[in-house]
Design a protein around this ligand. Structure first.
Ligand code: FES
Length: 273
């Protein structure tokens, strides 16, 4: 344990205590200066106030190592003969009042501890609310992104629906062209068979009922791509597929040909959440 030198009430003194010993206990226990009182012990009530180099300071939370070499004045040192008004007032206070004061100081200390605990709880509640808000914000952001995705898909479906009939017709024309090409070098029976197939495809091309049914299948098939087997959105696949379909349509000169307008997509697996 080191030695500490302090001047107390004008006298230079040396004390041999642990460095973290509060000045209050040095004054009371080492120097018998019991006029400095213990109240709350947490530097709140003021019962332990002394003057440190002339400044009123609470001694219960002041470690001796911090005040080494400094000058301290306690209530006993306010005047040598006890004539200081504060000393007089303390003397005139009866024992009961002194006890009441001590009890009040203890109450104040307890209240202070409760207030600190409540303030800590409030701080924690605020932090918790802040993190709940962060989670809620993140959820809202996800929902907003989902809504954007669904809107994009819906728009793609509407456009696909508009192009579905021409796409089906383009597919039929491509098939007819392929059948025509396959006649080169064919024997008579094969040729007859191919011609029958070409006639059937031409009938399909002019049959609006057939065209519409195929177009509906195309739209519904496309719409069914909206969700994969895990129920997750596969937007990019859909949009890629849509680009492919648009290229097919672009490759043929369809003129004004087209069937009756399609109805709404009513029985696809696409559902907006
Ligand atoms: S005992 Fe030091 S302020 Fe209360």
């Amino acid at each position: 344990m080191p030695d500490y030198n302090i001047k107390v009430n004008g006298k230079s003194l040396t004390v041999h205590v642990d460095s973290d010993t509060p000045l209050l206990w040095v004054l009371r226990d080492e120097f018998d200066l019991a006029g400095t009182k213990f109240g709350c012990g947490i530097a709140q009530c003021g019962a332990c106030t002394i003057h440190l180099d002339g400044v009123a300071t609470r001694s219960c939370q002041l470690q001796i190592s911090v005040v080494d070499g400094m000058e301290i004045t306690t209530i006993e040192g306010l005047s040598k003969n006890g004539s200081h008004p504060v000393q007089q007032a303390w003397k005139e206070t009866d024992a009961e009042t002194k006890n009441e004061i001590s009890a009040s100081l203890a109450d104040a200390a307890a209240l202070n501890a409760q207030t600190s605990a409540a303030a800590q709880k409030l701080k924690e509640a605020k932090e918790e609310r802040a993190s709940e808000k962060a989670v809620a914000d993140a959820e809202l952001a996800v929902q907003a992104r989902q809504r954007e995705e669904y809107a994009t898909i819906q728009a793609a479906l509407v456009e696909l629906q508009a192009n579905a009939v021409p796409t089906v017709q383009a597919n039929i024309l491509a098939k007819i062209e392929m059948l025509n090409n396959s006649k080169i070098g064919a024997d008579k029976d094969t040729m007859e068979q191919i011609n029958k197939e070409i006639t059937a495809e031409r009938a399909n091309y002019n049959n609006s009922e057939y065209i519409n049914a195929e177009a509906q299948l195309l739209v519904h098939g496309f719409a069914n791509l909206v969700e994969d087997s895990n129920g997750e959105t596969v937007l990019q696949d859909i949009l890629n597929r849509y680009e492919e379909l648009k290229d097919i349509v672009k490759g043929f000169d369809l003129g004004e040909q087209g069937g009756a307008p399609l109805g709404d997509v009513t029985d696809s697996s696409f559902t907006e959440e």
